[in-house]
Structure formats: structure tokens, C-alpha cells
Design a protein around this ligand. Structure first.
Ligand code: UDP
Length: 239
């Protein structure tokens, strides 16, 4: 690895809605969004193509609606729209940092975001625009993790950078079990067999079947996205 030279030319960053929460229990912490945008600008300046799949859990999750008696499809539609709200906020923050972006939505919402047309998305990346995927796959019963895996494959990203609140993949939930230990590297098969919480099973299977590595890392540590892109050891690499 050359000093300061990125290991990856094209990455897909999966940002959960929670990443935008900051210290708040709900919604968007604009300072947090700005910080993420600043980190992304630095990575873009390294010449890395960046695509982002953004979640919506800070605003609404389908499962929460279902618990309240809502129809699953209806609840997921609300969840999908929540991801669009986050995408718009992130786009604004990135543009304020001088980063050219394109917002893409898997639900038709043309006055706000463009539809996903693969060739067009690839062209954006070639031109150095950061693309923000919103509305997951546009269909209920999926998650933005699965959407991240599929879009990463479609745009030929070399890795999924899965930003979380913890330092990587642990033997158990480190927030619950103090003795839990972190893996530096782990295989897909192990993740599936041990049901480790990396991404949902559909997403993991898609990555495994197509040899798409995932780096799980803590977004709350400044500089971690850059470390991951440079190939420095950070978080857990699943491959
Ligand atoms: N969702 C969906 N289809 C998708 C992606 C997301 O129906 O392809 C809905 C689902 O209700 C989900 C919500 O959108 O709970 C927010 O996405 P997710 O939970 O993946 O967000 P994150 O956990 O990353 O914040």
C-alpha cells in the first residue's frame, strides 16, 4: 500500500439512518451530517468514486410500524420515504462542501431525485460526482443493506464500507456483553453460521456469492472512512 494512495478506486458506503442521529433520539443532527460530508469530501479528493446507500432508521423503520399494527407494505413505504429525507439532507451538506452530487431514488420522485439508470449512475461516478442512493430497492420487505449490496455489485464497487456505531464485528453484541471480542478478519461463512450481526442475511448472501468484501467500522471515530479507503486496518473485514 502506498502512503496516502487509496486501496479502492470505487466504494459503496452504507450509512444507516442512525449515523445521522448524533446525540439525538430521533431525526437528523445537522452537525453530524456536516461532519460526514466533510470526511467524504476528503475521500473524494483522493480520487475515489463514492456511492452512498442511505438508510432511514433515524426517522422510521417498517418494523416499528408493523408492531403498531400497520400493514407491512405501507410501513415499508414510509420507511423508504424516510431514506429520501436523509438523502436530501446529505446531498445539501455535500454540495455545501463543494462536492458535486446526484440524488437517486428507487421510488419515482422525479422533482427531487433521479431514477436509477445504471449507465447514468456509472457516468456520474466517472465524472467525479458522489451518488446518493435513496429509497433502497424501492420495494417493501427489503432493507437498505440488501440494496447496498445489490447496487454495489451493479456499479462495480470493490468494497462495501458499512458504517456503524461499533468498532467492527464482535463475537457478541459489545454493548450487551463486556467480554465480547472483535474480529479483524472474518469469512462470510462464519458470519452466516454464527448469525453475527453484520448485515441482514439477504445482503450477506449476495456479497458472499459475488465475492464482494465488506468493511464494518465505527463512523463515530473521525478519519475512519479514510482509513478504510486507504486500506489501513480499521474495523472488521468480511471477505
Ligand atoms: N425499506 C424497504 N425496502 C428497501 C429498503 C428499505 O422497504 O429496499 C424500508 C424498511 O421499512 C426499512 C426502512 O425502509 O425499515 C429504512 O431502511 P433501513 O431499516 O434499512 O435503514 P437503516 O437501518 O439503515 O437506517
Amino acid at each position: 500500500m502506498d502512503e496516502g494512495r487509496p486501496l479502492y478506486k470505487r466504494v459503496l458506503l452504507k450509512l444507516s439512518g442512525e449515523a445521522l442521529l448524533g446525540e439525538q433520539p430521533y431525526g437528523l443532527d445537522f452537525k453530524r451530517v456536516r461532519t460526514i460530508a466533510q470526511e467524504l469530501r476528503q475521500i473524494q479528493q483522493l480520487g475515489v468514486d463514492i456511492a452512498i446507500m442511505i438508510g432511514g432508521g433515524n426517522i422510521f423503520r417498517g418494523s416499528v410500524g408493523v408492531k403498531e399494527g400497520m400493514d407491512r407494505v405501507v410501513a415499508d413505504h414510509i420507511g423508504l420515504l424516510a431514506t429520501v429525507i436523509n438523502g436530501i439532507a446529505l446531498q445539501d451538506a455535500l454540495e455545501k462542501e463543494g462536492v458535486n452530487t446526484r440524488l437517486i431514488s428507487a421510488l419515482e420522485i422525479r422533482s427531487v431525485a433521479e431514477p436509477f439508470i445504471r449507465r447514468r449512475a456509472l457516468r456520474h461516478l466517472e465524472k467525479g460526482r458522489v451518488i446518493i442512493f435513496t429509497a433502497g430497492l424501492g420495494s417493501p420487505y427489503f432493507t437498505t443493506d440488501t440494496a447496498a449490496a445489490l447496487r454495489a455489485l451493479e456499479i462495480k464497487a470493490e468494497v462495501i464500507l458499512k458504517a456503524t456505531k461499533v468498532d467492527g464485528v464482535y463475537t457478541a453484541d459489545p454493548m450487551v456483553e463486556a467480554q465480547a471480542t472483535k474480529f479483524d478478519f472474518i469469512g462470510f461463512q462464519e458470519v452466516i453460521q454464527q448469525e453475527l450481526k453484520v448485515m441482514d442475511s439477504t445482503a450477506i448472501t449476495l456479497c458472499k456469492d459475488n465475492n464482494l468484501p465488506i468493511i464494518v467500522f465505527n463512523l463515530n471515530v473521525p478519519g475512519n472512512i479514510k482509513k478504510a479507503v486507504l486500506g489501513e486496518r480499521v474495523g472488521t473485514k468480511v471477505s
